[in-house]
Design a binder for this molecule. Sequence first.
Ligand SMILES: [Zn+2]
Length: 234
Amino acid sequence: MNPTIEALLILQERDTKVANLTAELEGLPGLIAGVDAEVNARKAQFDELKNRTRQIEADRKKIDLEVQSKQAAIARYRSQQQSTRKNEEYAALNHEIEHTEKEISELEDKELELMEAYDKGLATVTEGQKELTAFQEKAKVKRADLEKRVAAVTTDLAGAKSKQAEAEKALPEEILARYRRILKSKKDVAIVPIHSGTCGGCHMKLTSQTAISARSSDELATCDNCGRIVYFSE
Ligand SMILES: [Zn+2]
């Protein structure tokens, strides 16, 4: 095989490696941020659950204070009854007492409901805490793995770049510039094998002139259609 073609193929392989490692390295911070965002979202969800449960207990305490104040009112009505001699006033106070007792009973029902809801809430919080801790542990491992990957890819990339530079040095400047130009416009590969008379890049039939030129060892042949450098691999 033409030594220039050989040198170009080595460079292309190293270019691909550098491009792949660069793409991976660029993607890693996003993956790490994704892990962090998921942990934060789970934590916020858990905090909300905890706050809701706390609110239930706060609501119950408020009702409890209402009950106490209504019980104090009843005690007041009773002492007023003892000091009155008017039957009408006595009956009116009785009515107030009955009414307030009914209110207390309703409040106590509500309090019981809230106590049950609070117990359920506490159980959910305990379960949620366990789930959150497990999730955080997993995320920590995942994050550490990604950080390790950043370090490994950074090292690999440095190595790949120095090998890439070596491969560039093996080529005449003019050919290197031509190769770089084609690669820049094609994005994927600049040099492709010929498969049964067609270009390995765009798959169009090559002209006989291109095929002849690819057979000769002193020049580089290019596909008339896509402009990639073509070569016979056998
Ligand atoms: Zn082509």
